[in-house]
Ligand binder design. Structure first.
Ligand SMILES: [Zn+2]
Length: 238
């Protein structure tokens, strides 16, 4: 019975999207160029390797872009206005960032498993957005990395517990970081797990969230952890 209902809902969603596309043709999420999900010139803005220092002694993470202009527009469209069609182009640029890092910064044997860990969302924010938006990115990234000969798997082992969620821009980065402190939990014992853990988040501002995700994975036994984001705010000296 459940399957029948879920098939019916899928069909309804499909037809709704088809009718919407005819009535309201979409524009690029970054610049509104007609008939594109993310146009070539906006995609190019996500093709960088930027480093962002994380607070404390956690180290640094890497971002595809700086969080400004068309990048900011595209991410907010995806994140807060439900533009799920951006999942694919965003996952592709993140997977390509991972490939560059694994080639240059952290040489990694292809035989070594990659565990892609979605940065956690609060229950309230998942409820508001109707989904855990970094999770589909890790699933699509895993496919792309596997196409390149890696053995990657999306492993959503981070949970945010006991946090009232507000979006980044509504709450401000400082207060967000205070809110989630001590609330990031790892749902598996990772001792003895030899895979390379890659935390995937959308926006890194102060780096507090990313830092806490990386520290929590290390505390659970993960030996090597790196952090990737779609966009970072520039470091103060840049
Ligand atoms: Zn564009």
């Amino acid at each position: 019975m459940g399957t029948v209902i879920s098939r019916f809902l899928d069909a309804l969603r499909f037809w709704f999207a088809a009718i919407r596309d005819v009535l309201l043709p979409r524009g690029c999420a970054g610049c509104d160029k007609p008939d594109e999900v993310l146009c070539a010139s906006c995609t190019r803005l996500f093709r960088h390797v930027y480093r962002k220092m994380l607070p404390g002694d956690v180290g640094r993470c890497y971002g595809c872009s700086w969080y400004q202009g068309a990048v900011r527009h595209a991410i907010l469209d995806w994140k807060d206005h439900g533009d799920e069609e951006c999942d694919r182009p965003f996952a592709l640029v993140l997977a390509d960032l991972a490939l560059k890092i694994l080639e240059r910064q952290i040489p990694c044997d292809q035989a070594r498993a990659l565990s892609l860990v979605a940065a956690p969302s609060s229950v309230a924010s998942m409820h508001r957005r109707g989904r855990w938006q970094t999770l589909p990115l890790t699933r699509l990234m895993a496919r792309r990395l596997n196409d390149h000969g890696f053995s990657a798997l999306a492993r959503p082992v981070l949970k945010l517990e006991g946090v009232q969620g507000k979006s980044v821009q509504a709450a401000g980065a400082q207060s967000r970081s205070r809110r989630i402190e001590g609330h990031v939990h790892v749902t598996e014992d990772l001792r003895g797990d030899d895979s390379l853990f890659i935390v995937v988040d959308d926006i890194v501002t102060t780096g507090a969230t990313m830092g806490q995700c990386i520290s929590a994975l290390r505390a659970a036994g993960a030996r090597d952890v790196i952090g990737l984001a779609l966009a970072c705010t520039p470091n103060r000296d840049e």
